[in-house]
Design a protein around this ligand. Sequence first.
Ligand code: PPS
Length: 455
Amino acid sequence: MAHRLLSSANRFSARLAFIFTVSLSCTYLCYSVIFCRSAIMRNQGHEGKRCPPSRTAGGKKLLANAGDCAYSPEVRSALGAPGDARAARSAPGDQRGASASPGGQWSDAKLGNVSAAQKYGNKRLPNALIVGVKKGGTRAVLEFIRIHPDVRALGTEPHFFDRNYDRGLDWYRGLMPRTLDSQITLEKTPSYFVTREAPRRISGMSRETKLIVVVRNPVTRAISDYTQTLSKKPDIPTFDELAFKNRSAGLVDASWNAIRIGMYILHLENWLQYFRLSQMHFVSGERLITDPAGEMGRVQDFLGLKRIITDKHFYFNRTKGFPCLKKPESSSQPRCLGKSKGRTHVQIEQEVIEQLQEFYRPFNIKFYETVGHDFNPWNGHKLNGFAVGGDTLRPRASDKRINRKRMTSCTTWLPKCTTATGNTTRPQSHGEDGELLPRCLKVSANYFCRLTPPT
Ligand SMILES: Nc1ncnc2c1ncn2[C@@H]1O[C@H](COP(=O)(O)OS(=O)(=O)O)[C@@H](OP(=O)(O)O)[C@H]1O
């Protein structure tokens, strides 16, 4: 009897345990289904199908298979997907391990901003343009500034204000990447700077457009321009033949485009009829190479951006001979500009170079005066604080670059100076110690004179 009672109690508790286990499993199953479904819906609702992780070394491969993922063609291209010209431009062998580069978090923030702009942003007309100059370093500025999370740039040159103006502003707007309200839309077309109608047309779009001009020694620029043309058309005449109407007479052919583009002041005067100088920012093409972070710092200030692009974003690539990005916008891989940037120039006789320096000198000086900044290396000497011709290029009182240390460390001072107006000045003593400071500097056939005592 007791045995029968015991076995029925066992059966009852086994049944109870079975029911408990089944109901527990059901609850868990229902919970999982509901939770999972809501998570999936959330993902689909906001982002569409998720993209595979792409900002790794294998990202390009994955992207190739990510046909219907959330990235638009432009983002795919910006990320270096196959077919992207910029991906093709990166010099093989110049790549360094991605892990070596800092700034991972910053880079993810950029990607987040890009995705958000793609999804929620609008196509807008650009509020900033890199308008020139050809061969000045415009591609470098564009590629460097576009790593900023608040900048979205068109990768190709649309040539709207010179060649495609008839297509209308809606066409132009349609080319632009989507941007959020807080982001700057940017494009670069270096030929705008020398296009007569460009300033008027751009001010017609918006008088507030910010303009960036990358300038470089006009002689080097002309040689670079010629080198590029020669690479496409090997049968063109020599540089000297094109540059001079009569070389022995020193008659330069200013109608040749490669020469004309470098007469910066002539083009600038046209821009200043439509824009205030404060709306224009001049990047030194030379310093862009020697100090990219410094130049990009000033570009960021000009665009009203937080200084995010700093030294840590660049490294000097010895093979390329130029600064390169540790993390470009499109990839986590370090990247240099392509082969057409930083070419070996054709050899030009030193005498030809000097003749052209002479030709450009008055244009350069007028240009320095107008923009309020001298691009020293263009004349092959440091001209800090010096005036040419006795009455131009007066050093400004606020010019902090003028200091005695720089002056005395210069080795090419002359004891006497004949200015362009024919006056001769002699060195004078300055300073409490009665130290004799040289006052003149000879550059080729010109004398540069200091008009004010050194500070
Ligand atoms: N970081 C970096 N890497 C490579 N090249 C650099 C860089 N910074 C400036 N530069 C200089 O840019 C020159 C090309 O200028 P652009 O980009 O304005 O040329 S173009 O007008 O768009 O064809 C190019 O001219 P060349 O050296 O004559 O090829 C370079 O000197």
